[in-house]
Design a binder for this molecule. Sequence first.
Ligand SMILES: [Zn+2]
Length: 395
Amino acid sequence: MNRALILHYLLGVEVSSRTLLANKSNLKQATLTKIISDFISWGLVEETGLISKGVGRPTIGIRLRKEGYRVLCVRLSRNYVETAVMDLAGRIYDEDRFEVDSRNELAATVDLIIERLRGILARNPEERFLGIGVAMPGPWVKEQQRLAYFTGFYKWQDIDIGKIMEEALGLTVFVEQDANAALMAEGEFHSWAPSGELVLLVMVGQGIGAGIYSNGEILRGKLGIAGEIGHMSIAYEGIPCECGNVGCLERYASTTAVVERARALIGSRSTSLGPRCRIGEILAAYKEGDGLAVAVVDQAARYLGYALASLTNVLNPGLIILGDEMSAAGEGYLRKVREAMGERVTPTVRESTELSLSSVEGNPFLLGIGHAVVENCIKTPEVFAKAGGEWKRRG
Ligand SMILES: [Zn+2]
């Protein structure tokens, strides 16, 4: 516990000292000295020479070697997988993305992911890898380590992907629902993190999921699936969804829905878009005022706004952040969402709820899952002593 406390503090600063750490932690000098010398012997901490901090004699600086450890980050989406390497300072290396066909043989997709990660490990033989983080879409049942369902991805709910990857790569795997992972990245950039205000991060991509941050932590619910707003019905006699419900929000407001609708409408009005148009092209056309793109994106924005009005009545967030693919539609889209939401809540609620686009630079899922792994490792600092070499023997 004491080690975790010191490590947590060192992670948040560039340089500290034994005296400062003793003051911060209230640990006895002898205990602290022992912890620091263990950390130094593991290669986790190093001395930086003399520093002066305010009054008193200069003291020897202590710093966490944030560049000395890596985590593997994986984000699974419906049509692609993204991978990257992150160090303890949150720097991303070796970012990659490859297409997968969600209707393919499941084992082949998992093998492909493992093969990619093996490639990264082989390219970085000198690095000390702490573990692997996987950001999963859909309702991730944390206790059972499996998906409740995954629309568009068959059979994924039958496997424990973490266990399979651990056995193949010899590194600890930490799985998190993707919107919750993104929430951790968002928190790094926002001052709301310590405030205790309820924050809703709504990730609108091929599916829709939310991370709910309340009282300093992620709100998970009984099974860990809280925030699965993509399967909240906004039309009780609406379009059926693979989850078993009808009128699910993601059938109306996700990028999958936008692409489907745009393609269906081509031919019925003039547009620069083609019959095989993809979301990137649709959002670019939206910004240029293309009639068809504006119609489908504004409609998706409206549906999302109505859903956010309901959620606001339930959760009363102070801040709602929109992220993932749809946020690339920009301020015009945000304005439409805000308008629709505003129509369905009282003026007082409307004025007290801030709505904004994500401010995370880079991939929030990869960054967030990386941070989640680091946070997890800090709870058991011994993993830093063991890191490195283990995967080579097994891999
Ligand atoms: Zn559904």
